[in-house]
Design a protein around this ligand. Structure first.
Ligand code: ATP
Length: 215
């Protein structure tokens, strides 16, 4: 049996939306990943505190992925104290699955922020990085990252499965121009965002009055 081929897709998921799910599904199919683990960033270190608790964000994530066969909600960062650093999540996966090929999946705008991440230079020693495009963004690599990327870059996707870590490649995806920021803002303005979310998530958001300002 060949070693596992695992995608890791991190996000604040405040809330998870169709942009996340369709990109993760598409990349799973295009790379033939065994699974994509959707890892909830419990305490994201590089941004404003999320509006919803990690528990509520995780409930929504679980609902959104309920009928997705290749995508799994992962709460490993909720089990740790302190800031949710991706490098720690990758170390945790590496410990659990020493022979697996791990693929960190990042939208280009997230990848462009890589150098601000905790221990960012250690990430490529733990996983491959696959960079996707994202509708509504310019999807251009930041000049400051070009030199860093060059020695790891490959067009040969077969390398990702052959090696356990250490390659970077670009993979265009079916991207939906949606962001969690827009969703939160539209709900706060009393608008429907039903078309941007899984139906079960939209129902829970309405029932719980998530993102609706208190009067
Ligand atoms: P926010 O608006 O609150 O910043 P977001 O919608 O950008 O949230 P995150 O949870 O910050 O979502 O994103 C996590 C990951 O999902 C990043 O790698 C990001 O590039 C990717 N992503 C988010 N939205 C989309 C989308 N519409 N299409 C493709 N990738 C996306």
């Amino acid at each position: 049996m060949s070693a596992a081929f695992i995608g890791i897709y991190g996000g604040t998921f405040d809330p998870v939306h169709l942009g996340h799910v369709s990109a993760a599904r598409d990349i799973q199919e295009k790379l033939s990943l065994d699974t994509v683990q959707m890892v909830l960033s419990a305490n994201p270190p590089h941004r404003k505190k999320p509006v919803l608790s990690s528990e509520d964000r995780f409930k929504l994530l679980t609902l959104a992925l309920n009928e997705e066969t290749g995508l799994q909600a992962d709460d490993c960062e909720m089990q740790r104290q302190g800031p949710s650093y991706m490098v720690d999540t990758l170390r945790y996966y590496r410990q659990q699955k020493p022979k697996a090929s791990l693929v960190l999946i990042l939208g280009m705008e997230a990848f462009n922020g890589l150098q601000s991440w905790h221990e960012w230079e250690n990430i490529i020693g733990l996983a491959h990085i696959v960079v996707t495009d994202r509708a509504g963004f310019d999807n251009v690599l930041k000049p400051a990252l070009k030199e860093y990327v060059t020695p790891y870059l490959t067009d040969d996707k077969a390398q990702l499965k052959k090696l356990t870590h250490g390659k970077i490649c670009y993979q265009p995806v079916d991207s939906v121009a949606v962001s969690a920021t827009d969703i939160r803002q539209q709900i706060a303005e009393g608008k429907s965002v039903q078309h941007m979310l899984a139906e079960s998530c939209w129902k829970m958001i309405q029932q719980q009055k998530f993102y609706t300002p208190l009067n």
